[in-house]
Design a protein around this ligand. Sequence first.
Ligand SMILES: C[S@@+](CC[C@H](N)C(=O)[O-])C[C@H]1O[C@@H](n2cnc3c(N)ncnc32)[C@H](O)[C@@H]1O
Length: 279
Amino acid sequence: MSVNEYFEANRNLWNQRTAVHKDSVFYDLAGFKTGANVLTPIELKEIGDVKDKSLLHLQCHFGMDTMSFSRMGARCVGVDLSDEAIKLAREINDELKLDAKFICCNVYDLLLDNRHSAKVLPVGEDLGGAGAFDIVFTSYGTVGWLPDLDPWAKVIAERLKPGGFFYMAEFHPVVWMFDDDFTHIKYYYDNKEIIVMEDQPTYTGDKNEITGKEYSWNHSISEVLNALINAGLKIEFFNEYTFSPYANFKNSVETEPGKWHIKGMEGKIPMVYSLRARK
Ligand SMILES: C[S@@+](CC[C@H](N)C(=O)[O-])C[C@H]1O[C@@H](n2cnc3c(N)ncnc32)[C@H](O)[C@@H]1O
């Protein structure tokens, strides 16, 4: 299979997931519409003030995190592979009269030299060229959908202004090593295999029938850090957390408000990491 066929399968998966997620208790779109900021305490504390900053959000899903930044005063652009997610994000943005912009594309299509990409950005939807953003942001469930982190890091470095920063908060690769029920180690820690799953229900706890194959890749911490360093960015901090801010894994238990662990492993494994890297 070609890499574009993996992306097409994943787009189909995320389109189906979007239809489930928009009505889920997990995403609580109704709460967002009435003013909730859906960013977690981790990124809110670590990113700080975004007022009047230009912010590019990679893999924004249907945009609630992006639009939370808009409400905080940032000028945001969100990009995502799923056309259904971007359609929904635009609808929400219009309904709430916010000023975020949303573009449907593959992260890799943002490379300034995308001669090797089959796709180009839709006409009129360019991102302002090189160095247009103060902040590039991505969070929770993103890099695992990308086979190669070197071009991803290049996209980030190209789109940042000199002095701007990249921030990410992401599930820890250790968590992705386990089987779904967290009974045993099933997958490699690093990027040695394509992980193929079929007809997997989504993570929001809703009854749903998602069909089709999905393709993902585990990335070790060193792979993430080295991709960013090799793209010319300077790592300013790197943090690890032994809880998840979301109840998105099976057998999750909440030990304190907003701190979720895998039952039986409370506090023993890293579940999330975050970092800031500056251009
Ligand atoms: C788990 S969401 C991450 C966002 C956020 N944590 C959330 O839950 O709303 C993952 C998103 O990555 C997007 N995605 C997957 N592969 C992508 C790619 N190659 N380029 C751009 N977006 C991609 C999916 O469409 C999905 O919306």
